[in-house]
Write a new protein. Structure first.
Length: 294
């Protein structure tokens, strides 16, 4: 096992949250499936590319990348053993011979330097304790000129899928505002540009991307999907808080207005972020070194 520096994240994604995600986000078509096509279009993967998928989860985007990089290969890295187990099984079932999965922390994993032309991520890069160190580590894995392409949520206010169900629970608890979440750590475009620049990337662009999130066939299925998510587990763990049954009813009531013939679809606002590892020698500029105290 390689170094894990994001130990809380590793515990969550290897514990109930990861198991729940693996169950409710099947290997294909998870809640953020609408983000896949824009991500892969921007990644522009070529047949002989080597692709790294950060926080790959159950590996849908890794497998799609491997299909595009048919003469190259795709590697997914994730903290969660349970999710990687599904990812490997799905790749094997699909008969993909050019895909592999690594269990590890992308912030510290000893990637082969300059191995990949493209690094992608669908919602797997918001949870780093030290984002500059993490993106610098990912940058080292890229060839000079290589591309980093990811999607992440914009602000909480842009994401009804997060705010609406959680507010229903917090309102019942008497909490005035929702607690901050690592989910939105890259919401501020100036901050994200600064992080990526300090990590050694250049040509950073952020494009708003609005796409609904899918939460299952009806409000009860959607409520079950939310019940084991990190933010809802945090509510359920509060002493004297809500029972699971009450939380499920509150979630279902909040989600019912979003029921449609296509299932429960709730608006989401995201960034599509593209950056490049410069072609010049970064270490000569010290660009990978995080600033002290940050
Ligand atoms: C919201 S899920 C997204 C999973 C997948 N990309 C998808 O779209 O279905 C976030 C994933 O990032 C992974 N993750 C979080 N921090 C990580 C880290 N430091 N290194 C590797 N994976 C990480 C988690 O284990 C989890 O699978």
């Amino acid at each position: 096992m390689t170094d894990i520096v994001n130990t809380e994240q590793a515990a969550a994604w290897n514990g109930p949250e990861g198991a729940h995600w693996a169950e409710h986000n099947p290997a294909d078509g998870g809640f953020n499936a609408e983000l896949t096509a824009p991500l892969l279009t921007a990644a522009n993967i070529r047949p002989d590319d080597h692709v790294l998928d950060i926080g790959c989860g159950t590996g849908e985007t890794t497998r799609l990348a491997a299909r595009q990089a048919r003469d190259g290969h795709a590697v997914g890295i994730d903290l969660s053993a349970a999710m990687l187990q599904q990812a490997r099984a799905a790749a094997e079932a699909a008969g993909l011979g050019n895909v592999a999965f690594e269990e590890g922390d992308a912030q510290a994993y000893p990637f082969a330097a300059g191995r990949y032309q493209v690094a992608i991520s669908r919602f797997g890069i918001m949870f780093f304790a030290d984002p500059v160190a993490a993106f610098a580590n990912i940058g080292r894995a890229l060839r000079p000129g290589g591309r980093l392409v990811f999607v992440c949520p914009r602000s909480m206010a842009d994401n009804d899928w997060y705010v609406v169900p959680l507010s229903a629970l917090h309102k019942r608890l008497g909490t005035a505002t929702l607690p901050e979440s690592g989910m939105f750590s890259l919401a501020d475009p100036a901050h994200t540009t600064d992080v990526l620049t300090r990590a050694g990337f250049s040509e950073v662009t952020l494009r708003p991307l609005d796409a609904p999130m899918d939460f299952g066939a009806d409000a009860h299925a959607a409520a079950d999907g939310y019940l084991g998510s990190g933010p809802v587990l945090a509510v359920l763990e509060q002493p004297g808080g809500l029972t699971r049954a009450t939380a499920r009813d509150l979630l279902a009531d909040a989600l019912r207005p979003y029921e449609s013939p296509d299932g429960v679809r709730i608006p989401g606002g995201h960034w599509l972020v593209v950056a490049r590892r410069p072609t010049e020698n970064l270490s000569a500029r010290g660009a990978h070194r995080p600033r002290p105290g940050r």
